[in-house]
Design a protein around this ligand. Sequence first.
Ligand code: ARG
Length: 482
Amino acid sequence: MPRPSTPRRQRPTKTWGSRFRQATHPLAEAYTLSLPIDRRLWREEIAASIAHARMLGRQRIIPRADASAIVRGLREIQREMTDGRFPWREELEDVHTNVEARLREKIGAAAGRLHTARSRNDQVATDLRLYAKGACDRAVAAVRALQRALLALAEANRQLAMPGYTHLQRAQPVLLAHHLLAYLEMLERDIDRFANARRRADVLPLGSGALAGVPYPIDREAVAHELGFSRISDNSIDAVSDRDFAVDFIAAAALCMTHLSRLAEEMVLWSSAEFGFLRLPEAFATGSSIMPQKRNPDVAELARARTGRVYGQLLSILTTLKALPLAYNRDLQEDKRAFFEAEDTLLETLAVFAAMVPELRFDVERARRAATADYALATDLADYLVRRGLPFRRAHEVVGRLVQYAEERGKSFSQLTLAEYRRFSPLFSEEVTKLDLTSALRARDAPGGTAPRQVAAALLRWRRRLALTEGRASARRSRATG
Ligand code: ARG
């Protein structure tokens, strides 16, 4: 292959080309190119440019006729992009220069006035902040959809008892619904984090120029208002160099993926023959090319693995920012790669989970049997003795010896006679033989516990909360379309 050689003169396509005698080396050009990644910002780029041009016209910073021509041209470009007709040109580096060059083709020299009082540095920060606000909304909607699916699953299986685990050892019986609601809680905190990320992204950088501000009588508040930003940035140097808001989003995505990964892990465990609580829907499982009997939990496994990719993006953007001098540096271009990959991985994972969860089927009998096996009611026996006056530590000792005794004889608690119980404590009476799964569950009736009464109330609370958010979301949708 012939080595690419440096052309002698800079191509006229570069907006900054005039002070250069040499053209960019093709390898350098390929290396610095950001178009394949940032073309995704085209909606934000057009919106921000239109708001900027209008403001320049209103403020008489550029002739009003030129401002109108620019806005008209930008709208045409917007249509080309919407229809997929826009002639993207890689040699133009990024989305910003692509739009500007196309504008020149459409309206001629007036296009050159659009870049008055702005820089690609405040422009790209503006585009990404606009995009981040939308990404937070999309993430919240996707998390809500999964919450709804998990809630419906919990409601459909509200009686189902299973072992709760600590150290992955059977610990105490719980209701599956209670266990699933734990994920709704985690996801609710994720939503809160996305809402916070959105709030911090909601600041307009445009008007900061390259880094020092601009020497024109611009109206930043009007631009902020038109673009739907709540406020303008206070410091131009910070505005062009800050990417905290992107870190906030990716960090929220990373933690949300952590939660999904824990759920994925439980799906993998529960669908194994060893647990056997869960039957994976065929539409979300795969077979083995060699072992015909297999039904593998690949979706859950891949979700578990892709969590690591989002962590990688978080580490990537943190490392990009670390020790970066103020203000803008080209390093910042890599923020978008990290942001978009984190967003895509998160949304794909949430979507496939929301589709899979309604199809999950549980083996009620097997889960119930496992719930009381292996002396899972031992704590209940100790609590029984406590209610009859024994200090808990003493009760724990007594039941510990009882477990040892039963285990040696291969008996479960229910197979012991009252006389055998009484060998360990005279406080045991006839009622002890009535301790069972139902009484164990019912007993945990303090707020936040797994008692059916508590869980029913929690299900209702969640039903109401999600119905409210559904109402708000559909109101927002009809406002947006109306
Ligand atoms: N593609 C660049 C980025 O994403 C746009 C800003 C370029 N600014 C500059 N001074 N080279 O960061």
